[in-house]
Design a protein around this ligand. Sequence first.
Ligand code: TYM
Length: 344
Amino acid sequence: MADAAKTKFTPRVFSGIQPTNHLQLGNYLGAVKRFVQMQDSGIETIYCIVDQHAITVWQDPSDLRHATRELAAGYIAAGLDPKRSILFNQSQVPAHAQLGWIFNCVARMGWMNRMTQWKDKAGKDSEKASLGLFAYPSLMAADILLYHATHVPVGEDQKQHVELTRDIAMKFNHDYKVDFFPITEPVIEGAATRVMSLRDGSKKMSKSDPSDQSRINLTDDADTIAQKFRKARTDAEPLPGTLAGLKDRPEARNLVNIYAALSDQTAEKVVAEFAGQGFGTFKPALADLAVAKLSPIATEMKRLMADPAEIDRILGDGAERANAIAEPILAKTFDIVGMIRSQR
Ligand code: TYM
């Protein structure tokens, strides 16, 4: 834990997921499953559906509404308890955008230009990307720092953004000569911090990959899950007895990691168990395990999605509780910056 967090800031966990397309296995293992585990750590946990981040690239309004509710259902079906954790969608707490603006004035263009996600998403035609996509990491810093969050569980691909959040906090504290924002720690742990595509072991599994065969969606049925694992790209060798033997075998390594994360074991244990076995044995075992773990979540998601009004009520309740934490921190930030807020 960071020194600043130890001495001054009460430990608090914050993380978020974009409501774009369906949740995929990488989101589940790299994020949601760990969010649920952290709920039992005794630390306050705040989880957000970042709809304002989602619209940095075009979203059809009815798709966005559907994906927001589906993501809320996914969180809850995976074990998140909206009474113990705060669960809400970002746009219902205006302080995110308000603090985001202040951070737009703290962060430097050069910092944003170096973000790999910006480079990947904007591609060669960055002139046509939205301004929001460029400023994306500064809104993400606002999400985190608005709650003085000390710990942010994420997959490996978000590490650079959390590091930028630290830079923004340090620059703000330095420029205004305060010790107001914590220097947040990314929490990137476990066997599945970077789940790779089932079609290409050098690409991460992603909601936006054009090939649906590249990922397992949380909404996939048992047959689809089994078929996707059966067709997953691998090599012809049997599994080795130690992890070192997987060094140059990214696809095999990925499947072992997925098995480990789904079964709450280390990857070492999994290779020891399957040593010498071919994929003809390992893939069906992995598919059975995935179906056993994921299908109850899919069933529960469906049940929850049948009552959208209840999901909206849960998000509204979460937003109210989030707002109660965020408002005083935003008010203090305005004061530090020198902005007058009249009593009304
Ligand atoms: P997003 O919506 O792309 O992904 C949500 C979470 O899932 C993790 N993840 C993965 N983990 C392992 N393997 C994969 N293949 C994989 N794909 C995705 C991501 O690392 C992430 O933890 N910028 C964030 C959303 C965000 C946020 C925040 C996160 C906005 N504000 C504040 C933390 C704190 C994003 O696009 O995540």
